[in-house]
Design a binder for this molecule. Sequence first.
Ligand code: HEM
Length: 238
Amino acid sequence: MNWLLRGLRSSVGLKFVMAVTGLLLFGFVLAHLAGNLQIFAGADQLNGYAKSLQDLGPLLWVARGGLLAIFVLHVGTGVMLARRNRAARGTPYAVQKAIDSTHASRAMVSTGVVVMIFVVYHLMHFTLGVGIRPEFHDWTDPQGRHDVYSMVVAGFQQLPIALFYIVSMLGLGVHLSHGLASMFQSLGWNQPKYRSFTRLLGIGITAVIILGNISMPVAAQFGLIELPEWNPLVNGGN
Ligand code: HEM
């Protein structure tokens, strides 16, 4: 615990914590995307996958707790670093460097806020089933499993919801591409000989995440994924 407190006092330590927590969150987003893309394999596949996660029971709660702790550390160190950046801006040293890093850190703060708003909305929508079409959250499939497939498709068939997800994913994309570049730097993976590789890697992974996430609301809007025949909305009502 002491090492953590000591680390949190220095900017290098803060950047390291940001980089490591960013890397872990990034891993979550990739794994979550891989899970969600099973929507294209149909309701049975996605609902089975969601059930296998639910069946983890207490382990799922441990993972959720870990994810929350990582998220809080990431946002907390981000706020501390942004404050330090702002305070340092008043000092005369390395003016040009400060201007460059100001642009990058402003982009990180503003897109970070977009991602935070998205996560709160997203948890209310799909995990808690409050506020945003909560009636879609209560459906079950013919096997009695939580009908995650119908919940997601019906949600994304609503144009304002689909647009909200698409715009948020663009914000997430900017956050990830800047974040990955500074993560490579903080972890010392940006030596000149690797720089073009890490840059390409960052752009490539970010593109996969944005396009993968956007593909789901877009597919629902264009009728490429549709509600299954057992869904109550299929035979009238909305
Ligand atoms: C179109 C893209 C996405 C879809 C279709 C989607 C779908 C879902 C669904 C269905 C759940 C609820 C799982 C359940 O309770 O059964 C969920 C939970 C969650 N999602 Fe997403 N998600 C997407 C993008 C994202 C992104 C980009 C992030 C992070 C930036 C994210 C973060 C989370 C978190 C933190 C949870 C809660 C996990 C848990 O409580 O176990 N999601 N998502």
